[in-house]
Design a protein around this ligand. Structure first.
Ligand code: PLP
Ligand code: COI
Length: 339
């Protein structure tokens, strides 16, 4: 390993790596794309991405296995979700193969930044599409950039598999029929202030309720929610304003097919947290973060424990983590090896 990085100390922070991939869309098509050293983009001051939030992004991780192989987890799903986000804000599709090829090129070009097996760290890929070019009115941009850069990362929530507490936000990250299901920057801009309030109150982040009625749990910061009922069912909220988490859908599959659990995607009422003996947040960055407790209207509802991860959450984590790092056999098509 030629990079002088203390892998086990990494958090979730930017670091400039060697090369990133950039492709430009103009006159109806994407160019061939190339790897570049410069981590700065030169774009028009009038770019729609800057003024009207015409942009979207993705996040996926690269894992090093015990025998030194490098692999991606379900990159086709990130490509499909990127395209759903692109369509929602009138940006051109990115072919799935081109998306995966760009990710693979970036990984190969920065292979020394893929953390060693056993450190728990991974290489995070951040693909994004932005509307650029000269434009003034509120309308789709004349040109677009697709970029993929990478950063080695550790845990998103400090503590990794130690439970953390969350508070229910009075704010919404997205409107009822807005852009909640798209991974567009505006949702994240809207989340920064509620996040700050939650951290000031001593919580890791906030939980968003459904924006229409504020009675149902939707998202846990930048991750999806799941709960384990007293009769061992895996439950996760269903709503058109939740970002469809690839980790969540993977866990639903693994809970059912690998752990023999019943799985349901349905309403999760904030007034009925008692139905769960364990709860967690799941996402690429968060992996599985056990939820110790949820604060709502001045009361902390504790699940399994504020200190220790519950046994089912642990089993789910071990299965997912095992697949991602190549220690557990993956369902067909989930792993793309970078050769
Ligand atoms: N919810 C939000 C708002 C997110 O930003 C993310 C991260 O991508 C997730 C959920 C988890 O999605 P995934 O598991 O696909 O990373
Ligand atoms: C992810 O899990 O990849 C995210 O996008 C979460 C956050 C860093 C935006």
């Amino acid at each position: 390993m030629s990079k002088n990085i203390d892998w086990s100390k990494l958090g979730f922070a930017y670091m400039k790596t060697d090369l990133r991939y950039v492709s430009k869309w103009k006159d109806g098509k994407w160019d061939d794309g190339q790897l570049v050293e410069d981590n700065k983009l030169a774009i028009s001051e009038s770019s729609t991405a800057l003024h009207y939030g015409q942009q979207c992004f993705e996040g996926l991780k690269v894992y090093r296995t015990k025998d030194g192989k490098i692999q991606l987890f379900r990159p086709d799903e990130n490509a499909k979700r990127l395209n759903n986000s692109c369509r929602r804000v009138m940006m051109p599709d990115m072919p799935v193969e081109k998306f995966i090829d760009a990710c693979v090129q970036v990984v190969k070009a920065n292979a020394d930044y893929v953390p060693p097996y056993g450190t728990g760290a991974t290489l995070y890929l951040r693909p994004f599409v932005i509307g650029v070019g000269d434009n003034l009115g509120v309308k789709p941009a004349p040109e677009y950039l697709f970029v993929v850069f990478c950063v080695p990362v550790g845990p998103y929530f400090k503590g990794g598999m130690t439970p953390v507490n969350f508070t229910i936000s009075e704010y919404d990250r997205a409107a009822p029929y807005g852009t909640g299901a798209a991974k567009v920057g505006g949702n994240y801009a809207a989340s920064m202030y509620p996040h700050k309030l939650a951290v000031e109150k001593g919580y890791a982040d906030c939980i968003y309720l459904d924006p229409l009625t504020h009675t149902r749990i939707e998202e846990v910061g930048a991750a999806n929610f799941f709960g384990i009922t007293k009769d061992d069912k895996f439950i996760t909220p269903k709503s058109p304003s939740i970002l469809p988490s690839i980790t969540k859908y993977s866990l639903m599959y693994l809970a059912k097919e690998y752990l023999g659990m019943e799985v349901e995607e349905r309403d999760v009422l904030v007034d009925n947290l008692d139905e769960f003996k364990e709860a967690g947040a799941c996402g690429t960055a968060a992996v599985i973060t056990p939820i110790g407790g949820i604060e709502y209207k001045g009361k902390l509802h504790v699940f399994h424990s504020e200190k220790e991860v519950g046994p089912i959450t642990k089993k789910l984590y071990n299965t997912l983590y095992g697949i991602q790092f190549g220690d557990v056999e993956a369902p067909a098509g989930w792993i793309v090896e970078v050769k």
